[in-house]
Design a protein around this ligand. Structure first.
Ligand code: ARG
Length: 461
């Protein structure tokens, strides 16, 4: 039997392999609500402009409402033979209301229909992600406020560099997530145009009102070019790019959590709720959730690269390749969402071990820069010379196997005679972080101010 929705010119039905490769219903069914919303806006506009009768429009709209109830009530039977969500819904509508259902598709094609549905779906998903990103920012900012003066080693090359505060470190992620949200918002603004009414590719001769459907669907305006309207997928690419970057940020934090929770570091303890055990080694506390946040980033990046690859060779306007825009996108957006939930829980519950972090902050001569700065400030040495003198002092301390502040004054004056015991005032880790008062620096009052500022912005202050 040929396809009942488009099979007029076909004598034979599709091969099973065609059906298998062609059907998208297994995944595009998830935007049934957006499809119905778009159809209801379309048919209302058709009636308002005298293209279908008011009675037919009412029957169609009510029938679509019933289809929606059936899908949400779990009584709807999806059919692969009907390819996709659009044809599944329209076919069921015809069963419910009869031939008037056939008027719904006037002045419309599945090409503008799917573009509309997908925009509506991605727009909703972006709004939900924004809320989750804000939730993670709040969890980080709250932890940062609690630990505005908790000292830890700051690293470069993963080697102890200079002491920082744990709060400062967490706020770095709040900033990143803030930019992630900005990227999603930018993408949302650009995507918020209505493709509906572009029809197959060239527009339509029916006197439709694309501004009306734009308004009904909360789009800012209709898309200006019908070819572009059905061909454009940069709105998804942008969202996937934003998702890939956000995932990368989560992955970096996840990696840090994995490092911090090793017995060797012991900086941070995750709650039992976010830790798993080993079936053979009873002592283990594994940070599986953090590892998976790190690992799942690959899928999100993969979705972006996958879709870029699909789109890059496509001539205008619609090609069926574009149906490949969905599965990767759904997977990427779902993945980011579950990663955000896991990360927010981990951050909310995690407890730093301030003693261990403080000890580590003092190791590795992390206050050497403070010593060099002191030589510049107090002895007026040029920084390069101060750097050299400090290097020699560090070497001396290292030979003796002791911390900088444990050196005797004679050891210091043997290297630079003008040094006084005043120098000891800058060598402790707390003193070091307290001195970093430059804008954006790690000094605890800075951190408190920024954490409070964020919490206020996030509506938690
Ligand atoms: N399922 C299709 C998709 O996702 C809908 C558009 C089909 N259009 C067409 N002319 N075959 O892209």
């Amino acid at each position: 039997m040929s396809n009942k929705m488009w099979g007029g010119r076909f004598a034979e039905g599709p091969d099973a392999a065609l059906e298998a490769i062609n059907a998208s219903i297994d995944f595009d069914r998830r935007f049934y609500a957006q499809d119905i919303r778009g159809s209801q806006a379309h048919v209302a506009m058709l009636a308002d402009n005298g293209i279908v009768s008011k009675d037919d429009a009412r029957a169609i709209s009510e029938g679509l409402g019933k289809v929606l109830d059936e899908i949400e009530g779990g009584t709807f039977t999806f059919s692969r033979a009907l390819e996709d969500i659009h044809l599944n819904i329209e076919s069921r509508l015809a069963e419910i209301i009869g031939p008037a259902a056939g008027r719904l598709h006037t002045a419309r094609s599945r090409n503008d229909q799917v573009a509309t549905d997908f925009r509506l779906y991605v727009r909703d998903a972006v709004d939900a992600l924004d809320e989750q990103l804000a939730g993670l920012q709040a969890a980080l900012a709250e932890k940062a406020l609690t630990h505005s003066a908790t000292v830890m080693p700051g690293f470069t090359h993963l080697q102890s560099a200079q002491p920082v505060t744990f709060g400062h470190h967490l706020l770095a992620y709040v900033e990143m997530l803030g930019r992630d949200r900005g990227r999603f918002t930018d993408a949302r603004n650009r995507m918020n145009e209505n493709p509906l009414g572009a029809a197959a590719l060239a527009g339509t001769g029916f006197p439709i009102d694309r501004f009306a459907t734009a308004k009904a669907l909360d789009f800012a305006r209709p898309m200006a070019n019908s070819l572009d309207a059905v061909s454009a997928r940069d709105f998804v690419l942008e969202v996937l790019a934003a998702a890939a970057i956000a995932s990368t940020h989560l992955s970096r934090l996840a990696e840090e959590i994995v490092i911090w929770t090793t017995p060797q570091f012991g900086f941070v303890k995750l709650s039992d709720k976010f830790t798993t055990g080993s079936s053979i080694m009873p002592q283990k506390r594994n940070p599986d959730a953090a590892e998976l946040v790190r690992g799942k980033t690959g899928r999100v990046i993969g979705a972006l690269v996958g879709l870029l690859t699909v789109i890059k060779g496509l001539p205008l306007a619609y090609s069926k390749d574009m149906q490949e825009d969905k599965e990767g996108t759904f997977d990427a957006l779902d993945t980011l969402s579950v990663c955000l939930a896991a990360m927010t829980g981990m951050v909310r519950d995690m407890e730093p071990n301030s003693k261990v972090m403080r000890k580590a902050a003092g190791a590795g001569y992390a206050t050497a820069t403070d010593l060099a700065d002191w030589l510049v400030r107090e002895l007026k040495l040029p920084f390069r010379e101060a750097h050299h003198v400090t290097g020699r002092i560090v070497a001396r301390a290292s030979e003796q196997g002791i911390a900088l502040e444990k050196l005797r004054l004679e050891d210091l004056t043997a290297i630079e005679p003008k040094i006084t015991d005043q120098v000891f005032s800058v060598l402790g880790v707390e003193k070091s972080v307290r001195s970093r008062t430059s804008y954006g620096g790690t000094a605890p009052p800075n951190v408190r101010k920024q954490a409070r500022g964020w919490l206020k912005k996030l509506g938690k202050g």
